[in-house]
Design a protein around this ligand. Structure first.
Ligand code: ADP
Ligand code: MG
Length: 383
């Protein structure tokens, strides 16, 4: 069982006096791959006490010098998962609490960050035999809904989208690119499929199909592009009738499989700018810029610089419980990537999200005659 640090440590007082929380950051080490073994690689990562990560060996002398400049080879995270960690353990430690929060009307988001091949998609989507965080979260959400005996009804909607090359696409219903629109509730992709989910069984197949719809690199026909970001949004709405009013509570969980980080290594603003002209992932760079600005407490956070950061604005700077999972390979052949991922993750620990105003309360929703009739029907069906 992984022990997270005391929640007292995580709470910070926000400018408005409310309680805010910092982003929780986890590291997951994957097992050594066959091709890495065959290439004669050694393991260069050690995990101690399920929290501390040590870089123990270097690929080259150059790596050693770079590491010295980065001050140390030891990092501490909220939890660090050795390569024997199961999907369920990763889910329980990182995401289970966020799912509970979603049912109380709190938004949550989980990001997987790391180089291509480090295990992001395995962690998020997983396989049929080892389903990942996306599937386990939905399963748990349905389980928690069934556990609650209540008068109202819960509706769960899923949408799954991709940001590739600054174009947003619907992974559940591929077609023309989607346009982002901003309204009072935030940014949304107009026309995005909202899939009403009734059970977990259908979800894995749906997500796998969605993943097949992710953009592939032209030169590697069967492989998913390492430059595509996939975002699964799970919206849980609870509606109940009370004293003639229709009340509702909505919570959103965003689960994000980011593009490979290998070409957006910049952790400081100057490098970010010098890379901007080059052919690299604009959305990932913009994410780095936003994180830098948030860590430095800047007033202006450049969310508008990319599609990804526009979509994730709420998740980074808004009232949201945010979790980052940094995926790393054990091989010394990936030493540079691993070091960069750990450095980036270490920095992400400093981000604080806004305090929550929304509590576990139901808000009146404007209802049309149509809504009323639909709700009554749904409530009847439930009973
Ligand atoms: P990424 O999405 O970061 O590019 P993948 O998730 O596709 O990387 O992982 C690369 C390969 O390693 C895949 O074949 C995947 O099944 C395997 N893999 C990744 N993490 C694990 C793990 N924790 N346990 C077993 N296999 C893993
Ligand atoms: Mg992947």
């Amino acid at each position: 069982r992984f022990q997270k640090i005391e929640s007292k440590e995580l709470q910070t007082i926000s400018e408005t006096g409310g309680v805010g929380t910092r982003i929780l950051v986890f590291v997951r080490l994957r097992p050594m791959a066959k091709r890495e073994k065959e290439a004669g690689s050694r393991c260069c990562v050690r995990i101690h006490n399920k929290r501390d990560v040590y870089l123990t060996e270097f690929a080259t002398e150059n790596d050693y010098l770079r590491l010295k400049r980065l001050r140390g080879r030891h990092f501490t995270f909220d939890a660090s998962f050795p390569d024997s960690t199961t999907q369920q353990e990763v889910y329980t430690t990182t995401t289970a609490e966020l799912v509970e929060g979603v049912l109380q009307g709190r938004n949550g988001s989980v990001f997987c960050y790391g180089a291509t091949g480090a295990g992001k998609t395995y962690t998020m989507l997983g396989t049929v035999n080892h389903p990942g965080v996306m599937v386990l979260a939905i399963k748990d959400l349905f389980f928690k809904i069934r556990q609650r005996s209540c008068d109202g009804n819960h509706v769960v909607h899923l949408s799954y989208l991709e940001v590739y090359n600054e174009t947003v696409r619907d992974l559940l219903s591929p077609g023309r690119p989607l346009v982002l629109r901003e309204d009072k509730q935030g940014i949304m992709a107009s026309g995005l499929t909202q899939y009403r989910a009734y059970s977990t069984d259908e979800v894995m197949a749906l997500l796998q199909q969605g993943n097949l719809n992710r953009t592939t690199e032209p030169t590697r026909a069967n492989e998913t592009s390492s430059r595509s970001h996939a975002i699964l949004q799970v919206v849980a709405e609870y509606k109940v009738r009370e004293g003639g009013n229709l009340l509702s509570r909505v919570g959103k969980l965003s689960l994000i499989d980011l593009a490979g980080s290998e070409r957006a290594l910049a952790t400081d603003q100057r490098t970010v700018r010098s890379l901007e002209g080059a052919n690299i992932n604009r959305s990932l760079l913009a994410l780095s810029s936003c994180i830098n600005a948030l860590v430095e407490g800047k007033k202006h956070i450049p969310y508008r610089n990319s599609k990804l950061t526009q979509l994730l604005k709420d998740s980074l700077g808004g009232a949201c419980n945010t979790v980052m999972i940094a995926n790393i390979s054990p091989s010394n052949l990936s030493f540079g990537e691993t070091q960069n991922t750990l450095h980036w993750a270490d920095r992400a620990k400093e981000i604080r999200t806004k305090a929550y105003d929304v509590k576990d309360e139901l808000l009146p929703v404007p209802e049309s005659g149509n809504d009323q009739a639909k709700l009554l029907l749904e409530l009847q069906k439930e009973n």
